[in-house]
Design a binder for this molecule. Structure first.
Ligand code: SAM
Length: 252
């Protein structure tokens, strides 16, 4: 049985992506889409036989095996898999650097017995005598049930290693898009130690520095539809997921 995946494209995200693709693909057959972080392959729901082709790259074999059009590979070397300008669109959701990337096995002491395994002279009823809190951890590592493969960003918390990984992958992915094509990014901020971590803004900055063009009207927060970055950007927005369209300019 395939191990569960903790962060598939949600329905609202895919609906928004579908709207964007419907406009973009008009008159281009086949319209070719690449997802360099394919997970269990929800990107393939965009495929239309003979009209829209989708290709995924996923580093973990168990998840890649979920769809025949997903290649098991490492996107830090994606330039070795595809020819330059061979896709009309890259559509992807990288990992977000949030708690889903936790990968340690430390467990908290049971709150009732304080780790003593015994409460009021009997086996602790809360932890069943294990002395640790019982809960199912939802992370990439715990969902897969084994350590992640090296270079899986799913073990990288928001920080310099996460940023270096994505700078590298984006720099290798963008040449695979034809001029005039698009990059559709699904990403999310999170709150850590009471502070909003501006992961989304960071990705936007890197993609723009690599030459993509962003129009703020093409930014949609699927949970908070009218939300924009700026003064009103708050905790509410950090809870929502962004779907952002960037365009690769034509060369003169
Ligand atoms: C947010 S999930 C994407 C889920 C996907 N949109 C879906 O619907 O199933 C990110 C995925 O990227 C994969 N990943 C992380 N680092 C990778 C790398 N270097 N190369 C390829 N895949 C990678 C992770 O294993 C994870 O499945």
């Amino acid at each position: 049985m395939t191990p569960p995946h903790p962060a598939k494209f949600g329905v609202a995200v895919l609906d928004r992506i579908e709207e964007l693709v419907a406009k973009e693909c008009a008159g281009i057959v086949p319209y070719r889409i690449l997802d360099p972080y394919a997970g269990v392959g929800r990107v393939h729901q965009l495929a239309v036989p003979g009209i829209i082709e989708t290709v995924g790259v996923e580093i973990e074999k168990e998840w890649a095996d979920e769809h025949p059009d997903t290649i098991c590979g490492d996107s830090t070397r994606i330039d070795e898999l595809f020819a330059p300008e061979s896709f009309d669109a890259v559509i992807t959701s990288p990992t977000f650097g949030n708690r889903l990337s936790d990968h340690h096995n430390a467990q908290e002491r049971c709150k009732q017995c304080g780790g003593k395994k015994v409460f009021a002279g009997k086996t602790c009823p809360r932890c069943g005598g294990e002395g640790k809190n019982k809960y199912r951890r939802i992370t990439y590592t715990h969902s897969l049930g084994r350590p992640l493969t090296e270079n899986n960003s799913g073990a990288m918390a928001w920080g310099e290693k996460y940023r270096a990984h994505h700078r590298l992958v984006w720099s290798k992915v963008l040449p695979l898009i034809r001029p005039g094509g698009v990059f559709i990014l699904n990403v999310k901020d999170h709150v850590r130690k009471g502070e909003i971590q501006l992961v989304t803004l960071w990705h936007c900055g890197v993609l723009e520095s690599l030459g993509l063009k962003l129009d703020v009207d093409d930014m949609c927060n699927v949970n908070v539809p009218d939300m924009r970055f700026g003064q009103n950007y708050d905790r509410r927005a950090a809870e929502g997921e962004w779907v952002i369209l960037f365009r690769k300019p034509y060369v003169d």
